[in-house]
Design a binder for this molecule. Sequence first.
Ligand SMILES: Nc1nc2c(ncn2[C@@H]2O[C@H](COP(=O)(O)OP(=O)(O)OP(=O)(O)O)[C@@H](O)[C@H]2O)c(=O)[nH]1
Length: 888
Amino acid sequence: MSKYSGFDEDDFYDEDEDRDQDEVLSPEDHKQMEDAVTQVKNILRGTTATDAQIRDAVWNYYFDVDQSVKFLRDQLKRQENKRTNAAKKTAGSKAFRERALFADTITCRRRTGHYFNDEDLRLSKRLSSSSKPQPKIPLGSSCLYGISVFDGIPWGLPTSMNTDITYCGRPTRMGLLGGSSKLAALAKARAVKRQQQHEQNEPMEGIEPASPSTPSTASQPGSSLLLNTSVLPSRSDSGVSISKRLTSLLAERSRDRERTSSRAISPEKQSYLRRTGSYSPSISSYSPINSDLSSASGVFSENMPSSFATSLCDYSLPPPTFSSPASPSSFPGVSNVDVYGKTNNGMSADEIWKLITNKPFFYLPVTERQVEEIKSNFDKPSPDDIIKEAQATKGGTIGAGGSKKAQPQQKGSSRAELETEMKSLSIQELAMKASQPKQKINVVEKFISSRRKAHVNFVVVGHVDAGKSTLMGRMLYDVGAIDERTIQKYKRDANNMGKGSFAFAWVLDQSKEERERGVTMDVAMNSFESSKVAFTILDAPGHKDFVPNMIAGASEGDFAVLVIDSSPNAFEAGFVQSGQTKEHALLVRSLGVQRIIVAVNKLDNVNWSEYRFDEVKETLLAFLSAAGFSESQTTFIPCSGLCGDNIVNSSVRPELSWYTGHTLLEELENLTTVDRDIGAPLRMSITDVFKGNASSAINVTGRINAGNVQVGETVLAIPSNETATIKSIAIADQANDWAVAGDNVQVALSNIDIVHLRAGDILCAISSPVKCAKTFSARVIVFQLRIPLIKGSNVLIYRGRTTEAARILRLSALIDKGTGKITKHKPRHLVSGQSAIVELEVMGSSFPMETFKASKDLGRIVLRQEGITVAAGVVEEILSVKNEATNE
Ligand SMILES: Nc1nc2c(ncn2[C@@H]2O[C@H](COP(=O)(O)OP(=O)(O)OP(=O)(O)O)[C@@H](O)[C@H]2O)c(=O)[nH]1
């Protein structure tokens, strides 16, 4: 391996590199080196390899003669190739430049033999040191720079164009519009290189680079530099003679161009050249439209964007006036503009345009008549306006999905009138006008006369894998809410998945992910009816990651079923600080649940042990009473969801004969029914929002917390503050004309856009809107904390499905848990187990809430920090709202 590995061999001969080989070589190595150098020299005799190159190669290849020779031969070959290519390139570009220069002034006559005329040949001789004439340049050849527009056209020049072609200057090259980024990069690199070369040429005294504003000579091939005779030094050296030559050459070319321009151009050719952008019309045909063509013809100097492009991109341009467009000829002192855009006062058309308009612009190719026509189209009302007007006349109907905040303006009504009307409108009046259904039902009367079964929601909580879903699945199966076939199917499918024991849990865990993971992730809802009561099960997730979902479920529960895994160590695992048994029990209590049934589950795992049951009962009873559940409101039932003991039917198992109490279902039926004010203003917490398949209505599901609702009624959505009309109501999939507090409903809403509704929002009576709190005070119980809560602590507040960021504004007081009396004002911090009054500020935009006194459902909150529940409590007072008028 050579020392060059990993290096570019082009860097091999670095003149500056200091390699003092003699200093590091031993006498023996030195001799070896000299021998090798001599051998390589002999082999490469006659080549251009220098002594230094040979020594370097030998040194770097560790005196290996063959390797060094091979390397050096390769290098020499590469250098030779480089030189040849560079020479070819130089020769090529020189020839190209010369031909381009000739082409600049050539008139090609295809029909008459494609020869240069005498004048061209004379000029070419003078320009080129070679006296050899250039006899033929075929039309369409790429060497003809000026007409290279025909390059690549397989059918050549159109027959109609087989007449005289006049080159009118080099076309301006514009940047790539999209396309290859590699090409763009290459073009950019070349431009930079050209710029560098240009800058290197700049210091030449007496010669300055052509500027964009200089006359058209700047854009001619071969004339990238322009003489400035005023700064030319009066030296009689060779530099001056070159300058003189260039001056006379340019003067001659200028005369030449004038001659060419005076020749007649056929209309056919004019049209073609317009299309190709190489035609500049004379002043006689100068118009706003073809002024742009003149800029494209090369009159505008290189690197300038066309006026069309400028008009498109430059928003600062003043709009052009259509009535009397200015033109270069109208500029004082200008009477003529030639085909090169040069005017008789020595300025280019471009310069004059700039003076006239400050910036070049592009006129749209429309006549004044067309403009008038376009303008008159807007005098009439649009089809939309006609429809709106018709709707307004009919009675102010607004299309579905439209915002009801902005009523369409009646034609003829003044702004002042409208403002007065708006001021006089109040939500109460709106309520009077809009919330009345066509045929008003007395819902309270209807409810009483209907003798409907009491409707109870109960939430099932407990540590992960305590058996909550299995227990509820079993209950639904035993009461006949699930048929045998479905259960058999679940058993088969669960067996196939290797989760046979989860068959009953699948009744509630419906999602694929929940079934695959064997974990409940969101609250599952299911209903069944006993002979006395209609129940809705809210099966909450037990995993700590889904506590917010558990809170949502618990917020809707009237009672709670706490499921305990009585298996050895399992109860203890759920009861430790990080377990969810305690957290869930505290949360349901904080959210207003007073009645709790503890299902001591999986008793089959402890051989139906009474001792284990008592152990669990004792431990929990102490904890629950400390958490606020009275003993009379707490019941313990030994059961097994998997085996079905004591769920719906009493166990007949001899091992369980020690228990003679109620089954779980009996216990649920015995619960005291909750009193609800069905005559109060409507409050409905939305749990889900979705669009119906067929109808345009928006469906929302949720629970009616207070009051009642009926089909045709107009309600208010908070926090969006948008009204909606109740299109239909369904209770347990049965259509109904009305619903009351406690019902879990699916409601179809019309006249509202789905963007104004989301889970956690409240539907309420227009006459009594729910407020969105900005600051409020709450009585809270502090849970287990890692760090104390202080003034300024950031928390997340939860209520049902609503969550918002909040900040503790003030720790107002510590209170006694038993008596509720203040024990200390303004504590510095709050620690685990304390009760306190705190003031909170809602950071987010909207958190609809009510005081606990006004609504037990909407007045409860849970505070969490970094995924841990830190406190829960009730809203005492709403101190300020987001916006009194709009709740925004
Ligand atoms: N031996 C026995 N196993 C049970 C009993 N009840 C449930 N299981 C098993 O416990 C495991 C968990 O049951 P799930 O019903 O999913 O528990 P869960 O509390 O709903 O779980 P999460 O909702 O995810 O917290 C399953 O393997 C059930 O078969 C029972 O009474 N006895």
